[in-house]
Structures are given as C-alpha cells and as structure tokens.
Design a protein around this ligand. Structure first.
Ligand SMILES: [Zn+2]
Length: 413
C-alpha cells in the first residue's frame, strides 16, 4: 500500500502527563480544544498518566502551559509516524502468516464484516437476522445482527445491544463484537446455552463504517464520522459520534472547532450514523436491558451520567458493571491492568452527547461504556497478537452481564 498514511502526523509527539488531581484533568480538557490535542489516554490522578498527542505547532505552548501549572510531563512517543508505520508492517506480515484466520481474530475490512454477517444470516436463518440500521453518510449499510431463538417475539426475554467502532481508530473493538456473534451462533457451548435461550441480541460490529474504512486506507488514527458540509468547514470532515447524541449536547468535553476530534457536530444528531443508532435503540427500547458501547482503550467500565448526577438505579448498575470487570479481570493477562469501574465523570471524564448517557436517559436500565484493555504502550494500535486474548476475556464479561440482565429482567429488579 502506498498511501502516506502517517504523514499528517509528521513530528507529532505523544506526551505522558502526570495527573495529580481533578484540576489537572480540567486543564487538559481546556487545552484539548484550544491546542487541538488528541487525548489518547485520559489517565487517572495518582493511578495512571494521561497520554496526549500534540501537533508540532502546538507543542511548545502545550508544554509551557503544563510547566506553568507545575505539572510533570515526559515524552511518551517521539515518533508517531514511525509507530504507525511499524504497526502496518507488522500487521501485514501477521496477515500473511495467518491468512486463513477467522474474521474475529484479525482487523477486517468493512466488506469482509458485511459478508460474514450475511453468511451467518443464510446459514443460521432460524436464529440470525441481518438488519440494516440505515446507510452511512457515504452510503454504506450499517449492518447488525439480531440473534434470537424466538424471532424476537418473546416478551419475557431481555434484549442486549452491543456496538463497536463508534470511534473508527479503536480497531480492537469489532473483533470482540464479531467473536461474541461467533460464540453465540457458530460455537455455542453447553455452558452458554442460557445466553441464547434467555436473551435476544442486537450486535452492531461497526457503528462508524465510513470512518472504519478511512482508518484502513488513509488515516489509521481517524476517530470521527466522514460527513462533509462546506458551509461548516471547507476542509474538515465529520464529527465525534460520541458527542453527537441529544443529551447535554455541546456543553462539556467538546470543541467548537470543526477540525477537532471532539467536535460534536453543528447540532445534536447532525450525523446520520448517530441517528441510525438512536432509531435502533428506540426500536428495541421496551425490552432492552443492556446497551454496551465498546471503545478502546484504558480498562474502564463506565456508566452515566456525565454531568455528575447518577441514574436512579445506580446500585444495580454498579453491581452489573463491577461483575463484568471482575469476570474479565479473572481472565486477564498477568501483567495487564485491572478494570476501573464507576460513573464516567468520576472515573474518567464527563463528555456531553454520549450514546451511553442517551440510552440511559431514554430508559435502558444498564447503559455501559466499555474501554477495552491497554497493552504496554501500544495505545490504539493494538498488535493483532492480542486480539484473541481480548476477545475471550471480554466475552466472559459480556456473558456475565447478559446473565444478570436476564435475572434483573425476570424479577423486574
Ligand atoms: Zn472511543
């Protein structure tokens, strides 16, 4: 491939920032919009440092602002282009070595994902239905599968909605969605029969297909949608889909600069992809027990609300989220971090316009954001060798939350 993918990150650097308290987080959020920072890892005061990518023209100013505030920092990665190039070379070699690998053990293109879902629909017509949630800005169908032994007609079953790749550069999320589909449909084990019999599933492996493809062919670090409106910006495309939902829209952790990675869009639901997911949430709302919105990275399991208020069922919500974390942690690699669980604003940072808050607000009892693990210093470019581990450990957490969803639903807790 001869596309100069990394070149727009020429001389961009990633800095570790030693967070001491919420004020330091506040300063990072402020500078994020002002200096067009790309927050790779938000960090936690006293627990883990933030990782911030800075463009060369803002580097001096950024470091000066940290120094002024007395915040310690260090260079985490001084050559982003090389890191991205290294990833591509290794991924291509890995694909050649394992060219017959299952789709859930690699980073597939969108066409391959569509073909896999379609094949399952044909091979398992009694349990799998392929549905288009609507087309993207560029016209791609947003395909998801419904998995059910009762054709979605049994009112006694809760619905579990899982989505991935809302932020397209978070490549390790679709494999988890695809692996979950695989385990429920092609490799259902005896101990998991309850997951299929008691629960109806809606799984959308790629929330942002336009961004997904763009991240494969043009810019590995692309996060947003790919909409274009010359009256808003003649040069920058897209909006952050996880700022575009109609809840606290445009009020915090956003930037009004249409070129920013946290630009929420000109108005709530300006993006067709978030509208399609909104409509999908409403379609299943009366039975949906869990909405699981998958991201990468940082080992977090988060719930609403982002404005420091808590949902009325926060005790149960925390129970479900913590059970998920415990089940994943029990299977994690020895040197991998443990999951942190809690309200997104307390554990990580609050963001306005998220699908997590929106789903909670409209009535999904357990609306959760999952930030998949970080490994060493890889950030978003998780080496493909880690996919199987992340798939299996995360699946265990998803299975546990599905069982709890069923219990809560049956007992109307
Ligand atoms: Zn994300």
């Amino acid at each position: 491939m001869c596309v100069p993918k990394g070149s727009i990150y020429d001389r961009s650097t990633v800095h570790g920032v030693v967070l001491r308290n919420v004020d330091d987080i506040g300063l990072i959020r402020e500078l994020e919009g002002e200096l067009d920072l790309d927050v790779w890892r938000a960090g936690m005061p006293g627990v883990k440092d933030a990782h911030i990518m800075v463009r060369p023209q803002y580097k001096e100013k950024f470091l000066a602002r940290l120094d002024e505030a007395g915040i310690q920092h260090y260079v985490h990665n001084n050559d982003v282009v090389r890191a991205l190039d290294d990833f591509e070379v290794k991924f291509n070699q890995w694909k050649l070595r394992r060219n017959n690998d299952a789709i859930y053990n690699t980073y597939p293109r969108y066409g391959e994902i569509e073909a896999y879902l379609d094949r399952l629909g044909q091979e398992y017509p009694n349990i799998v239905t392929v549905v288009n949630a609507g087309n993207t800005f560029e016209g791609r169908p947003m395909k998801y599968v419904r998995i059910s032994t009762t054709n979605f007609e049994d009112p006694n079953k809760p619905i579990y909605i899982l989505d991935a790749a809302m932020h397209s550069r978070e490549w390790v999320t679709p494999p988890v969605a695809l692996y979950t589909i695989h385990r429920l449909v092609e490799d259902l084990r005896n101990e998991d029969r309850d997951l299929l019999e008691n629960v109806d599933w809606v799984i959308l492996p790629v929330f942002n297909p336009d961004g997904w493809e763009f991240s494969h062919v043009q810019n590995r670090m692309w996060r947003r949608s790919r909409s274009f409106n010359a009256t808003i910006s003649p040069i920058c495309y897209g909006a952050d889909l996880n700022r575009n939902f109609d809840i606290f829209f445009g009020t915090f952790s956003v930037s009004s600069n249409p070129c920013s990675d946290i630009y929420p869009g000109p108005f709530a639901f300006s993006e067709i992809e978030s509208r399609n997911v909104r409509d999908m949430l409403y379609l299943y709302l009366n039975r949906t027990q869990i909405y699981m919105n998958m991201h990468s990275y940082g080992n977090y399991i988060l719930y609403g609300f982002d404005n420091y208020t808590l949902p009325h069922n926060v005790a149960q919500l925390h129970f479900v989220a913590a059970a998920m974390g415990a089940h994943i942690d029990a299977r994690k690699m020895a040197d991998a971090p443990y999951y942190a669980v809690g309200n997104s604003n307390y554990v990580l940072y609050g963001a306005s316009g998220t699908s997590q808050d929106y789903a909670q607000e409209i009535g999904v009892p357990f609306s959760i954001t999952l930030e998949l693990p970080e490994f060493d210093d890889y950030g978003f470019v998780v080496p493909p060798e880690y996919i199987e581990q992340i798939n299996t450990e995360t699946y265990a957490g998803i299975a546990e939350t599905a069982r709890l969803a069923y219990l809560f639903y049956r007992h109307r807790l």
